[in-house]
Write a protein that binds this ligand. Structure first.
Ligand SMILES: [Zn+2]
Length: 345
């Protein structure tokens, strides 16, 4: 079955942008997309899978290790390297779905029972974390996932390594992935201590604009009527966006953040009373990725402005206010601060 093209998605600009930013800057801490059901969150993640460029990986590796990342090779690739057999191939960047009922075995991997019984060897059967290495791990309705699994995922996402110590197995393998969670706040709260571990948090709403709604339905209808034709219609847009992503990834290490922007980001976080420094760090990294996506090598106020709501709305001090108001609070603080900065300059 064909995947709905990423560039054919109507509206949902904040979610789309957040996914692109997380692709360019995978160390950001992933994306949490919160909002109504049926707003295309899952469609967007699957569409992203088809959009992503390919990457170089060690040929035959079950973890698709990066041949250039010498410090983050799996045990098997370390042996391959020692034996001088580190051939590489181009593979798709993985986007792995983590279904709600998944067991811990399935997620972290487990003893390969078949081989244990047949050959008497303790072999490891990699799980979803291995499959998601260097790509994306998507959890629809993350607020319904068991707490211990969410904790485990966030820990692995932060450390970049899956450590397996069970069933007589003892091994570790690289597991660097971007976590994308989606959820409907009406179906269960996400624990506040989990919220701020996500890099970006976006709100996804059912479009209320009449023309936009009509266009959503028209395109969906066209896609379902003729998937191949519809996909062809967007092929040039997809290729252009893919090139933009590749360029941005290359540009990212060259993007600098001027002192004035660092100060502005700090002021914004103080003004909003965000806890800890994680907010500021995420804000800067996201702004850098935003600049790279725009083809710029210096972060400006407008890059900061574009990413601040997604980087900060889930880090505001707990308030009986709901998340939709949190976004507005970020906007208000920026309006006040950034105009001051303009006057001062
Ligand atoms: Zn490997």
């Amino acid at each position: 079955m064909a995947l709905y093209p990423f560039t054919a998605i109507v509206g949902q600009t904040e979610m789309i942008r957040a996914m692109l930013i997380a692709t360019v800057e995978p160390t950001l801490g992933g994306v949490l997309a919160f909002g109504d059901r049926g707003t295309g969150k899952s469609t967007a993640v699957r569409a992203l899978a088809a959009l992503l460029p390919t990457m170089r990986a060690v040929a035959g590796c079950r973890y698709h290790c990066d041949p250039a990342a010498r410090s983050a090779l799996c045990p098997e690739c370390r042996n391959r390297r020692a034996a001088g057999r580190l051939a590489s191939e181009r593979v798709r960047i993985p986007v792995v779905d983590l279904p709600l009922g998944a067991t811990e075995d399935r997620v972290v991997g487990a003893l390969d029972l078949e081989r244990a019984l047949a050959d008497g060897v303790k072999a490891f059967e990699p799980g979803l974390l291995a499959r998601a290495h260097r790509g994306f791990l998507y959890i629809d309705e993350i607020n319904l996932l068991e707490d211990h699994l969410v904790d485990l995922l966030l820990d692995v996402a932060a450390s970049g390594e899956n450590v397996v110590e069970r069933e007589g197995l003892s091994l570790r393998h690289p597991a660097r992935f971007v976590l994308i969670g989606s959820g409907n706040p009406e179906e269960g709260e996400l624990r506040p201590q989990l919220l701020d571990r996500f890099g970006l948090c976006v709100e996804v709403k059912t479009p209320t604009d009449l023309d936009q709604r009509i266009e959503v339905v028209r395109r969906r209808d066209a896609f379902e009527h003729d998937q191949a034709g519809f996909t062809r219609r967007f092929a040039a847009d997809e290729a252009a966006l893919r090139r933009q992503l590749v360029t941005a990834m290359k540009l990212l290490p060259l993007v600098s953040v001027p002192e004035a922007i660092l100060r502005l980001a700090a002021k914004l976080c103080i003004e909003l009373g965000t806890d800890g420094l994680r907010g500021e760090l995420t804000l800067l990294r996201a702004a850098r990725a935003e600049a790279a996506l725009e083809g710029d090598t210096v972060v400006t106020e407008s890059h900061l402005r574009a990413v601040a709501p997604a980087a900060l709305r889930h880090r505001l001090r707990r308030d009986p206010l709901d998340e939709s108001l949190a976004g507005a609070r970020v906007e208000r603080a920026m309006a006040a601060l950034f105009s001051q900065a303009a006057i001062a300059a």
